[in-house]
Design a protein around this ligand. Sequence first.
Ligand code: NAD
Length: 371
Amino acid sequence: MSPGQGNQDDDLSYTAAAIGAAGHPGGAPLRIGIIGVGGISRAHHDSYRGAGAEVVALADPDALNLRARAARWGVERRYSDFRAMFADGDVDAVSICAPTAVHAPATLAAAASGVHVLCEKPIALDLAQGRTMIEACRAAGVVFMVNHQLRSHGAADLAKRMLERGELGDVTHVRLRQAHDWAGASEVRPSFSTRASSGGGTLLDNGCHLMDLARFFGKDVDEVYARTATRKFAVELEDTAHVSLRFASGALGTVEVAWTATGWEEGFWIYGTQGALEYTNRSGTPVLRHAFRHSPGTTWGDTDVSEHRFTGVPPHARHIRAFLAAIRGERPVVCSGEDGLEAVRLVFAAYESAERNAPVLVREAPTTLPG
Ligand SMILES: NC(=O)c1ccc[n+]([C@@H]2O[C@H](COP(=O)([O-])OP(=O)(O)OC[C@H]3O[C@@H](n4cnc5c(N)ncnc54)[C@H](O)[C@@H]3O)[C@@H](O)[C@H]2O)c1
């Protein structure tokens, strides 16, 4: 599920008709502002453009970065402060791609201006603050969606539908993995390297995506047991972490995250009483394998297998198309504010568990980032 990987399911296809429908009922495209024009903003920008929405304004206090992005993307309106962007108006929706500490003030400013919000993950580093963001958007009647885009990956989407159809039986255990090496860099990107800037290491950065995916596949989690380590980078945060989950259903889960891997690894494995789903990007073209036993006489090692490949629109683009569709009232959001909040709650519980070296009940977890 890396940024460049393909995706499937073209119920919202990239056709001229879909592009026309990306905007206002009269046909004008939705006008988008992007707050924070660093690393992840490009995926948002390209996805909006691909979906036929118009990126009309950018806000970032880093003047050099702002100028470069505005020139490259051909965006005229640029702001050093997102408040000035909202004051000028003429923006229907924003992507909040600034560091996590900015998510709450930017969301509240958007809601106050009646602007729809796609907020990067993690939603916030304080559950009460996250709740305030959700309530402000609800009161303003604007769409609020969290950018856990792995939900929109074709493999995850198909897995979810197979689970809902009961094709795997009851889930027994789930394994989730996201691990990388900062593209071989010798240092962690500055905004991710200190507690003050990012709040946490790989457990927060990658882990909140996987905690969200854990809930997407296995529903509520009621206990976690985590271990964290700093093995490679000179950072005050963890660069490696494992978490054991116990779902409310009784199923088990494992979350593995690292900045200490090689390349970009992503995968999930879902095991049920009637079959298994295995997805990884590590062995050539990513494939979702569905292993099951229908044929009589198969051996321990030989199951029946169906394979699914995912081409076309990648996860970020699908997620943003889903956001635009939610704004148009065509579908519910794929990942709500509450979903974003629950992912963070599980990460907080995991940090608490690692600190105590003991299992932690999620309902008893801290409501802010421990430490
Ligand atoms: N969904 C994903 O897979 C994914 C991937 C990477 C990052 N993220 C999230 O996106 C956010 C940004 O990450 P990034 O990798 O792009 O970081 P980055 O450091 O590359 O970029 C952040 C940008 O925000 C700007 N910024 C700082 N304060 C601001 C403010 N008050 N208003 C507007 N802009 C401000 C910075 O100048 C910088 O240009 C983080 O919350 C991160 O967790 C999500």
